[in-house]
Design a binder for this molecule. Structure first.
Ligand SMILES: Cc1ncc(COP(=O)(O)O)c(C=O)c1O
Length: 464
């Protein structure tokens, strides 16, 4: 067994970065570069602390962080290992594309919203569909969804989101968009006021407005929706507490409690969009808002991030009386979720295929995120990088004009905070999605972004 003693780990006590974060970064680099190979055993925390002359806490914190990110795995009773790769790390990125005015030959999409759908377990996928194909199509779609799938989803939510729900609290939707529409139908009459985070998910604004509600933009800061000053006459407030879309904030527990107190005092329903909560790269996930007060919250979940948007399955979690109302509306409107698709999804859940896929993808996304953090972290403040499939690279307002267009000319598609706003922009920067581009493309795209930021900062200094 090789130990880290041969490897040049150098930690600086003079650096403002804590020793455990330095060690985490060093180990991550070594795993990315292949210096530490998948399956390789790491020294015990006591052993490594001794080698590096640091306290054992420094090493355990670094290991915990890397466990949470999926880089390390434990084998019972036998230590800590570099997680084995199911997705090989591609070779170093190719040379940068030509500089303008020559157009880039290919584009790298770093806009948010799309997951990586290419690495799925083909055998599990086929098995799920074979099983669905064995069953005859139904003649009367159940507006609540298949009872068996509702049970499996309740079980999934209890395990993955620590919320206490039974199948009677779960209605199977076609995804978040459908869930939002059903909430609008059941909770908002024409002219009712619906709060939507600003900046926020454009689909929520569009759906509520399309159902005749008056959309009220509710400001968001780096932690999430700002509770102080929320209007008292909102019937519904749409929010993304686990990972604010698009700024990435994670609503602190005190603000969660204040938000629920506001909802109780005004009678509003909080619609919690839990769209990417299964992907977390830090140690302690916060419980869903729903779990804190099921009487005031409707939780919306989706397979769009965990599996693929094309599947068209999600869930709406709420009190049985609300689900009854929604089910009746679905029947009235002829709205349903495809039965065969639900059978296939049930098989994926039942056999643990979804959990396995999640574990694999968590590791894959953690790697991509680490590349972004390593390349752009030294140049700008990154927010929201502990969860989900996107993060915010915060930049000074002066850096932003023309940045997205300049990146496009170099072959990289980017998104900026401005696009998600209704009103005043508090934070400016790039919303970088790492779901749909490969690790090599992300590495290359980040270098393009880093060059652009550096060039702009240089130009700014020269003009001062
Ligand atoms: C904030 C947010 N919520 C939910 C979703 C998923 O929506 P759906 O389940 O309708 O595909 C997305 C997809 O990009 C999203 O960005």
């Amino acid at each position: 067994m090789r130990t880290l003693v041969d490897l040049p780990v150098s930690l600086s006590r003079d650096s403002p970065t804590p020793l455990s974060a330095q060690l985490t970064g060093w180990l991550r680099h070594a795993m990315l570069a292949g210096t530490l190979a998948p399956g390789e055993r790491l020294p015990s925390s006591r052993g490594l602390a001794g080698q590096l002359a640091v306290s054992r806490t420094v090493v355990t914190e670094a290991y915990q962080q890397l466990y949470a990110e999926g880089w390390l795995e434990g084998r019972h009773g036998s230590g800590t290992y570099v997680a084995s790769l199911e997705t090989p790390i591609p070779e170093a990125a190719p040379a940068p594309p030509p500089r303008p005015p020559a157009p880039a030959e290919r584009t790298i999409d770093l806009t948010p919203g799309t997951p990586w759908v290419r690495d799925y377990d083909r055998a599990a996928w086929k098995r799920a569909w074979r099983k669905a194909a064995d069953l005859p199509p139904g003649d009367k779609p159940d507006p609540y969804g298949l009872p068996h799938l509702r049970e499996l989803l309740a079980d999934h939510l209890r395990r993955a989101r620590a919320v206490t729900v039974g199948p009677e609290n779960v209605l199977v939707t076609r995804g978040t968009g459908n869930g939002l529409d059903l909430c609008a139908l059941a909770l908002l009459g024409g002219g009712a006021r619906a709060g939507v985070e600003d900046p926020g998910y454009h689909v929520a604004r569009t759906v509520f407005a399309a159902r005749g509600a008056e959309v009220v933009p509710c400001p968001v800061d780096e932690d999430g929706v700002i509770v102080d000053g929320l209007p008292a006459d909102l019937r519904v407030l749409y929010t993304t507490p686990a990972h604010q879309y698009p700024l990435g904030g994670r609503l602190p527990i005190t603000r969660r409690e204040r938000l629920l107190a506001w909802a109780r005092s005004t009678g509003a329903t909080v619609v919690e969009d839990d769209y990417d909560a299964e992907f977390r790269y830090d140690v302690a996930p916060l419980p869903a808002l729903y779990g804190l007060d099921p009487s005031r919250v409707v939780l919306l979940g989706t397979l769009s991030k965990t599996l693929a948007p094309d599947i068209g399955v999600g869930w709406l979690v709420g009190p049985p009386e609300l689900l009854d109302r929604i089910a009746a509306l679905r029947v009235a409107l002829g709205d349903r979720t495809s039965g065969p698709v639900q059978h296939a999804v049930a098989t994926l859940l039942e056999r643990g295929d979804l959990d396995r896929h999640l574990r694999r993808m968590r590791l894959e996304y953690a790697r991509r995120r680490a590349v972004i953090v390593d390349t752009l972290g030294p140049l700008c403040r990154l927010r929201g990088d502990t969860a989900g499939l996107h993060l915010l690279a915060e930049l000074p307002l002066e850096t932003m004009p023309g940045l997205v267009a300049a990146a496009r000319e170099r072959g990289v598609l980017l998104d900026s905070t401005g696009r998600h706003h209704y009103g005043w922009e508090r934070l400016h920067g790039l919303v970088i999605g790492y779901g749909s581009a490969s690790l090599a493309d992300i590495r290359h795209g980040c270098r393009v972004i880093a060059d652009l930021i550096t060039e702009r900062a240089g130009a700014q200094r020269r003009s001062e």
